[in-house]
Ligand binder design. Structure first.
Ligand SMILES: Cc1cc2nc3c(=O)[nH]c(=O)nc-3n(C[C@H](O)[C@H](O)[C@H](O)COP(=O)(O)O)c2cc1C
Length: 369
């Protein structure tokens, strides 16, 4: 079998040494002003040195009142650019290419951190205890500007492109999803209306930052709830993003049980399949969208074995594969797998996720990270 995973390619116009992506994984390693720390640089340098082709760095938050947590990295201020530039250089020096994920936490923002109520497409709270503000149309346009300014900073810092975080029920995802967006204005209703905020952001970034600056969109190919997004909706959304100028798609999903959550968060699902879930449960959604939308697509979700990654590519289900927790557990995963060496295996305990609630990322099988 030819080896596609380790063959070079071009994604969104960016040359990559292979088809392995390290997806955005929040570390909590930035400082309280959202600036990149030395620890953060070293963490990403290690992952780049492990042989991955593309790193999508964890969210650069677009507005200081839209942080995911106290230690969210930021892309809202110019004095955050030098730290970002150092991070970019450390990654590129190791031969990997690098995108920055841009995010507004929306309904998942923590008012105790941000000092304001969470805001969203509707008043529906993500976490019951925090009343949520429905954004006005003027406020939506201001969010669009925040994304554009953040993308400008990312380009200045040397990032090869940006990824819009429109998954996992952060702000852009809340707009896309019928589970949260109940608006009757131009930013709601059908797929076209719910996609409008993302569409406007893509168009504005291309206009103000450069047509040649790659923009990709991460969103749900499927939401496991009767009224959630289905594959057909995801195709329509993908086509709207493509027509607006997007250069690629990154297909996550909301579709495996996570019973301990409440509220909208209690949808019978999560985006981070654990040890109890089957392997690669979301790649089928990427594959569906790929049949209809003419853009390169990243597949993600519990792809932990070389064969699963290779088969997904061979069968044309996606163009790149993202390997998150497996590379968190062993940054050398790409190089070791290529050399048929033993890796430190992710055990799917999701301690990484739980550790973030306490501040910084921790991994049970890679304590030093
Ligand atoms: C600790 C942790 C933090 C994450 N943070 C983000 C994030 O900031 N943005 C995002 O889009 N996805 C985030 N994810 C989801 C991952 O990018 C990825 O989609 C998910 O872990 C499934 O891939 P995997 O099975 O290869 O780990 C996070 C996942 C984990 C485990």
């Amino acid at each position: 079998m030819t080896n596609l995973l380790y063959s070079s390619t071009s994604f969104a116009g960016v040359p990559l040494r292979n088809r392995i992506v390290y997806p955005p994984i929040t570390t909590g390693f930035a400082d309280q002003e959202g600036k990149v720390s030395d620890r953060m640089v070293e963490y990403y340098r290690q992952r780049a040195s492990g042989g991955v082709g593309l790193i999508i760095v964890e969210p650069g938050v677009v507005n200081p009142q839209a942080k995911l947590s106290k230690f969210s990295a930021g892309a809202w201020a110019d004095d955050q650019i030098p730290g970002m530039a150092k991070l970019v250089q450390a990654i590129k020096n190791q031969g990997a290419r690098v995108f920055l994920q841009l995010c507004h936490a929306g309904p998942k923002a923590n008012p105790r951190v941000n000092g304001v109520q969470p805001s969203s497409a509707s008043e529906k709270p993500f976490f019951f205890k925090y009343p949520t503000v429905r954004l006005s149309q003027d406020q939506i346009l201001s969010v669009v500007k925040d994304f554009v300014e953040a993308a400008k900073r990312a380009r200045e810092a040397g990032f090869d492109g940006v990824e819009l975080h429109a998954a996992h029920f952060y702000l852009l995802s809340a707009f896309l999803s019928p589970l949260i967006n109940d608006r009757i204005d131009v930013f709601g209703g059908d797929n076209k209306g719910r996609a409008k905020i993302v569409q406007e952001i893509i168009i504005a970034i291309k206009k103000k930052v450069g047509q040649d600056f790659p923009v990709i969109v991460r969103y749900h190919g499927y939401e496991d709830s009767a009224d959630g997004l289905k594959n057909r909706d995801a195709v329509e959304l993908g086509e709207i993003f493509r027509a607006a100028g997007a250069d690629g798609l990154h297909i996550s999903a909301y579709g495996v049980p996570e019973p301990e959550l409440v509220g909208i968060a209690a949808l019978p699902s999560s985006s981070i399949p654990s040890k109890d879930h089957p392997k690669a449960p979301f790649v089928k959604h990427a594959a569906y969208i790929k049949q209809y939308v003419n853009l390169p697509i990243i597949g993600v979700g519990k792809i932990i074995d070389l064969l699963d990654a290779e088969v997904s590519l061979q069968e044309g289900k996606c163009d790149l594969v993202a390997v998150g927790r497996a590379i968190l557990a062993d940054p050398q995963w790409p190089n070791k797998m290529a050399a048929n060496k033993k890796v430190v295996r992710c055990i799917g305990c999701n301690n990484c996720l739980n550790s973030l609630a306490k501040g910084a990322l921790d991994c049970r099988v890679n304590r030093g990270l």
